[in-house]
Design a binder for this molecule. Structure first.
Ligand code: GLU
Length: 489
């Protein structure tokens, strides 16, 4: 048992937020888990340190011909595996502490779900809503150029992906810029993930984080011991759910919970406020209403809740903060009514709030596990780009023909005497080879289920909460890779 901060050679950099702020919070969680491992303090210190951080300041021309200097960051937290991997966000309050914290979460997240990357995160300090499409394109291309010049991007170096305020469009600008600046590396498509399918993206990436959130919560609700403790029925069906944030993650998580899990979405919160209907809201109808009226408020049959923050305190079984970090704090944690909190966003619960919620017996499914679906499917996209072939292309027809061969063999060997019509029907029903989307979804489901069970075993072995158990899993796996590299004896 050793604490990384106790290292006598420690060069802990408090000025860079190592002990304070968001990165400090992540490190507190790390330290709590490290107490349950027996790695030496130097190893722990190396795991939690943020390896590289770069700040850019670059000019862009606005549409009115004025010049604006844009600030941006990229943090590469850990190089125990390469490339480093993590999203790129566009938000006005991006800062060094935030990208360091988020890059650390990426390292732990990748380790937890066995995705062989180190963690990274980048951010551009802009409110994307205040810029035209042309301006955003200029910003993204210039940022990519700066990253390339400083060796902060490349298929084997550091691979960005969508995050808050960015999506497929920005990722394809990044890829195109990398091509234009003369990178004729055969693998250059793999320099960024979350690209549109026609440009090297993989089917299923857009909904991956939300779908992973669904699989993770479904898994948690299957665990009888926890459900009994919370006084809830096993399974997702009819559980009341409140979702904060109707962006890519929140929307898909809510839709899968509703359509596949048959849960009841009773509350949805967005920047402009929230709506609540104990009888249930149809997620797609709410999205259509918001598109039509520019607001989720005044949705037919639902009650308006004045602020997005107030929605966190609504009565429900499962609360899913799917927007930004730090929304559940020591101030509102005592008023949370949910029995389960699924952290779809990165860092939505502060460590003070975490302690209060744990005390209240709330089951907290941590971000480092729950929102790992995005990077898991990014990994599948990266593999697709490196192998230069669509997943399933070589096997789909073979699988179809195999299904037919098996059916005909069963018919012959067991004297079933299937008639041709019945055989055709059976082949149509079960004889389809797996498409790329099928393979991606099954890989994602398997990854989320397997990781949940590893975390559950850690919880039981060490008698800790789920976040600490997830961090223990990450620390053990990262320490193991350093040991395998022979870096530490
Ligand atoms: N931005 C996402 C995250 O925070 C995805 C990262 C990735 O795909 O690399 O997990």
């Amino acid at each position: 048992m050793s604490s990384p901060t106790a290292s006598p050679q420690s060069d802990v950099d408090t000025a860079n937020g190592t002990e304070h702020g968001f990165f400090g919070q992540v490190n507190q969680m790390f330290d709590a888990a490290a107490e349950h491992t027996d790695h030496q303090s130097g190893v722990l210190h190396q795991i939690r340190a943020c390896d590289n951080i770069i700040r850019f300041e670059f000019p862009i021309k606005r549409d009115d011909d004025s010049i604006q200097v844009i600030r941006a960051y990229r943090a590469e937290h850990s190089h125990h595996k390469k490339p480093t991997k993590g999203g790129l966000r566009y938000a006005p309050n991006v800062n060094v502490d935030e990208v360091m914290a988020l890059s650390a979460l990426m390292s732990y997240k990748c380790a937890i779900v066995d995705v062989p990357f180190g963690g990274a995160k980048g951010g551009v300090c802009i409110d994307a809503r205040n810029y035209s499409q042309d301006e955003l394109e200029r910003i993204t291309r210039r940022f990519t150029f700066e990253m390339a010049r400083k060796d902060f991007i490349g298929p084997g170096t550091d691979v960005p992906a969508p995050d808050y305020g960015t999506g497929e469009r920005e990722m394809s600008w990044i890829m195109d810029t990398m091509h234009q600046i003369g990178d004729d590396d055969l693998n250059s498509l793999a320099c960024v993930t979350g690209k549109p399918v026609g440009q090297g993206g993989v089917r299923g990436r857009t909904e991956a984080t939300g779908k992973g959130v669904f699989y993770g919560i479904r898994e948690a609700c299957q665990y009888e011991k926890d459900m009994n403790r919370l006084g809830l029925d096993v399974g997702l069906e009819d559980k009341d759910v409140v979702v904060q944030g109707l962006g890519n993650v929140g929307y898909h998580a809510a839709r899968f919970l509703q359509d596949e899990g048959h849960a009841n979405i009773v509350g949805i919160a967005e920047i402009e406020g929230a709506i609540y209907d104990p009888d249930g809201l149809d997620v797609d109808d709410v999205v259509a209403h918001r598109q039509e009226t520019d607001s989720i408020l005044d949705f037919p049959g639902a009650e308006n809740i004045e602020t997005s923050a107030k929605a966190l305190e609504l009565p429900c079984d499962i609360l899913i903060p799917a927007a930004l970090e730090g929304v559940i704090t020591a101030d509102n944690a005592p008023d949370i009514q949910a029995s389960i909190i699924g952290e779809a966003a990165n860092g939505p619960v502060t460590s003070e709030a975490d302690a209060i919620l744990t005390e209240k017996n709330v089951l907290l499914i941590p971000d480092v596990y729950l929102n790992a679906g995005g990077v898991t499917v990014s990994y599948f996209e990266w593999l697709r780009n490196l192998s230069h072939v669509r997943h399933g292309r070589m096997s789909r027809r073979f699988e179809e023909q195999n299904a037919e061969r098996i059916l005909r063999a069963v018919d012959e060997l067991t004297d079933q005497d299937f008639n041709e019509q019945l055989l055709d029907d059976l082949i149509t029903r079960i004889g389809f080879g797996a498409s790329e989307r099928d393979l991606v979804n099954s890989g994602l489901e398997d990854t989320m289920t397997f990781a949940y069970n590893e975390i559950r075993e850690n919880r039981e072995e060490h008698g800790v909460d789920m976040r600490t158990a997830a961090f223990i899993s990450a620390i053990d796996k990262i320490a193991k890779s350093y040991n395998q590299m022979g870096i530490f004896p």
